[in-house]
Design a protein around this ligand. Structure first.
Ligand code: CIR
Length: 255
C-alpha cells in the first residue's frame, strides 16, 4: 500500500452525451456508469489512496478528469483540451487542485489532454494527437522542463484518441503497451510489458505499488500483467468504454 491523493469527479447526468468516435449501441447507461465509477473509487481507495470525488457538473465528459491536468513535481498544468466542448471542465479541476499543487495554465493555440501524457521517472512521454498539438507539447516542456522532466513526443496513429488508450505506466519504471500500437522505440529504453493487440483496451490500467486496476474481460492482458509481478483488480468498464474512456481517465493522481 502506498499513500497518495487522487481526484475523481462523479458521472454527469448528461454522461450519455459524452463525446464518442461512434455513437454507442446500445447507448450509455448512466446508472450503470455510476455503479462502475463507484467501484473504481472504492478500488483506488483500497490501494491506500485518499480519493476526493468532486460533484458532477453539467459537462457530459467531466468524469474524465485526467484530461484536464498534468501533475508532476508539485505543479499542476491545467490543460486546454483539444475538444472545445471539454474546456469548461478544467475550472472545477483547477479549483480542486489549487491546495495540492502550484497551478500553471496554457493558452490558445496550445491544446493538450492529460490522456496523452505518461510519466516514467523524469520523462514525460506525450502523444501528438488530434487533441494535443505541438504548441501544447511545447507548453508541457516549458512548465516541466525547469523541474527536471524531459518531454518526449510520440506521434499517434490517427485512430488512437490518446496515448494512454494503448499504454500506461506500471508505476515501477515499466510501461504496459498493446502490441504494434505505437512506433518501435517510442519509449526509448523504458522496459515494456506487451499485451496482444486484440486486447489493446486493457493496456490502459491504473498501477500503483505493485497493484493494477484493469478492465475486466481481457484474460491475456491480465495474465501478462500478473506475470510481470503485479496483483490485479479487474473492474467493469462497459459504460466508460462506450464513452471512449478507460480507467486512468477517471482520476488525477497527486503523489
Ligand atoms: C472524449 O472523447 O474526450 C471522452 N469521451 C473520452 C475521454 C477519455 N479520456 C482519456 O482517455 N484520458
Amino acid at each position: 500500500m502506498s499513500a497518495g491523493h487522487a481526484l475523481t469527479r462523479a458521472i454527469s447526468a448528461r454522461f450519455a452525451e459524452a463525446l464518442t468516435a461512434r455513437p454507442p449501441d446500445p447507448p450509455i447507461d448512466v446508472a450503470c456508469a455510476r455503479v462502475q465509477h463507484a467501484a473504481y473509487v472504492a478500488a483506488l481507495a483500497a490501494l491506500g489512496v485518499t480519493v476526493v470525488t468532486l460533484p458532477a457538473g453539467d459537462e457530459p465528459d467531466g468524469c474524465f478528469v485526467e484530461d484536464g491536468a498534468v501533475v508532476a513535481g508539485g505543479v499542476a498544468l491545467i490543460t486546454r483540451p483539444g475538444a472545445a466542448s471539454r474546456r469548461a471542465e478544467t475550472h472545477a479541476l483547477a479549483e480542486a487542485l489549487a491546495p495540492h499543487a502550484e497551478l500553471r495554465h496554457m493558452a490558445a493555440p496550445a491544446t493538450l489532454e492529460g490522456g496523452d501524457c505518461l510519466r516514467v521517472g523524469r520523462r514525460l512521454f506525450v502523444g501528438r494527437s488530434a487533441r494535443s498539438n505541438d504548441a501544447g507539447i511545447a507548453r508541457l516542456g516549458e512548465v516541466f522542463g525547469p523541474l527536471g522532466y524531459r518531454v518526449v513526443a510520440i506521434a499517434l496513429p490517427a485512430r488512437v484518441l490518446h496515448l494512454k488508450c494503448v499504454c500506461s505506466p506500471l508505476g515501477d519504471g515499466r510501461v504496459l503497451v498493446a502490441e504494434g500500437a505505437l512506433p518501435g522505440g517510442a519509449f526509448e529504453d523504458v522496459p515494456l510489458v506487451t499485451i496482444p493487440a486484440a486486447e489493446a483496451y486493457a493496456a490502459n490500467c491504473l498501477a500503483r505499488a505493485g497493484h493494477a486496476l484493469m478492465a475486466d474481460g481481457y484474460p491475456r492482458a491480465r495474465a501478462q500483467v500478473e506475470a510481470a509481478g503485479l496483483t490485479v483488480t479487474a473492474l467493469a468498464t462497459s459504460e466508460l468504454r462506450k464513452a471512449d474512456g478507460a480507467l486512468t481517465c477517471l482520476s488525477v493522481v497527486i503523489d
